[in-house]
Design a protein around this ligand. Structure first.
Ligand code: HEC
Ligand code: HEC
Length: 358
């Protein structure tokens, strides 16, 4: 007889509460779900630039976005990686394209020029530092968030107000989890020598793989495992260079689309199946007892798999007020009664409700 493991059980619970819920969904949690999905800032709609004091850079966001060519930005991001790795490279690539196209205030960011970069390809450490350079290797080599989406996210916050930026950034992170990197586009560019550096770290078409994780540690680890290249190899570095270009290009595609109110056409927001299920209970919220003692939208299943399966041992948690936390099975019932359904959670995320501001 096949026994149902707890993971399958969780999935079952998620499906069950979906069915039970729709009529009961508490007004509170999903109250302002109905606000319009897209409130794109049209180019020049945000114009704080004009209000800057002489000699000062204006406050963010700067707006003034103009449609950029994603393929050009892919090449800039790749070049940026050769000089300042993933985070600095993605930031530099997007900002350089904006600086060229829009001019002020993007000209006020301290960035080496394209000529500086090309002239310093062999001497990349000297005077080439950019904002976001610290993000390399998942923040100064710590292996947390991959620098490419980190740098691109920073660029986006120069352009858009945070509540809009967040929609693009979440999509960019999700794209990072599911795309097989490096993309076909950047592999092709490399093989045909269309990138800027004459001396490539590798001009081969590199193995493409999805990491199901935004972490540098996981992304590099899985790729190295599959490709057989070491983390210090030229091929691994080249892979990350292409990813930097790929992410910068996708960020620009999203920005272009967002300005036309067509963000979903580029990349609809859809969390992983696991995450939607887990978030029925483990969302950011005030009900400690039902699992609201954690937060996040990463792909839960990438880590909490068979090897790190949750809900195995007895519960040892207590709330700050001394109440025992109900067991998982109890929570399943509470979850169902309270009507916190997987599809409701997913719907809320999809609509980009911003409940994560703290
Ligand atoms: C990158 C790997 C990773 C991902 C992705 C991940 N977790 Fe975890 N999670 C961990 C680790 C590591 C711990 C700590 C385990 C320990 O120390 O016992 C943890 C702990 C937890 C805990 C216990 C309480 C706490 O916060 O420490 C919960 C609940 C949890 N995770 C839920 C989730 C949910 C829900 C998701 C998806 C939204 C998720 N996790 C995604 C690695 C991950
Ligand atoms: C029906 C509600 C519910 C769902 C769905 C749920 N959890 Fe939990 N989870 C709880 C509750 C309540 C606790 C604390 C009590 C306990 O440990 O039984 C908990 C505890 C945990 C813990 C810490 C203690 C342990 O047993 O490891 C982790 C890790 C965890 N959950 C991860 C997950 C992940 C990952 C998912 C999705 C695959 C998930 N949970 C889905 C309610 C839920």
């Amino acid at each position: 007889m096949k026994t149902l493991n707890r993971r399958d059980f969780i999935k079952g619970v998620a499906a069950l509460s979906t069915a039970a819920v729709c009529s009961v969904a508490s007004g509170n949690a999903f109250a302002d779900e109905e606000k319009p999905a897209e409130t794109a800032v049209q180019p020049d709609a945000v114009e704080p630039a004009a209000s800057a004091e002489p000699g000062q850079t204006p406050k963010l966001p700067w707006g003034k976005y103009q449609e950029l060519d994603p393929e050009y930005v892919r090449k800039l991001g790749h070049l940026g990686y050769y000089l300042q790795e993933c985070a600095g490279g993605a930031f530099w690539g997007i900002m350089t394209a904006l600086k060229e196209k829009v001019g002020y205030p993007y000209t006020t960011i301290p960035l080496p020029s394209m000529d500086d970069f090309m002239a310093n390809l062999d001497n990349k450490k000297h005077g080439m530092q950019v904002p976001m350079s610290y993000g390399a290797g998942g923040v100064a080599g710590f292996g947390t968030l991959c620098g490419a989406p980190n740098g691109a996210a920073c660029a986006i916050t120069y352009i858009l107000p945070m509540e809009e930026a967040e929609k693009l950034i979440q999509r960019l992170l999700r794209y990072y989890e599911v795309e097989e990197f490096p993309t076909k586009e950047s592999n092709d560019m490399a093989v045909h020598h269309e990138f800027y550096p004459k001396k490539m770290k590798s001009d081969k078409a590199l193995l493409r793989s999805a990491s199901d994780s935004v972490l540098c540690h996981v992304s590099v680890g899985k790729w190295c495992e599959k490709s057989g290249y070491a983390s210090g190899s030229k091929e691994r570095a080249e892979r990350c260079g292409r990813i930097t270009g790929d992410i910068a290009a996708m960020a620009v595609k999203m920005l272009n689309a967002h300005m036309k109110g067509e963000l979903d056409a580029v990349f609809p927001m859809k969390l992983s199946h696991d995450t939607v299920g887990c978030m029925t209970c483990h969302d950011k919220g005030e009900k400690f007892e039902t699992g609201q003692f954690t937060r996040g939208k990463m792909d839960c299943g990438d880590c909490h798999d068979e090897k790190m399966e949750p809900h195995r041992g007895p519960n040892t948690l207590k709330t700050a007020y001394g109440t025992d936390v109900t067991t998982f099975a109890g929570a399943a019932v509470i979850g169902t009664i309270a009507g916190i359904g997987a599809h409701a959670v997913n719907k809320r995320i999809t609509k980009g409700k911003n409940d994560d501001e703290e």
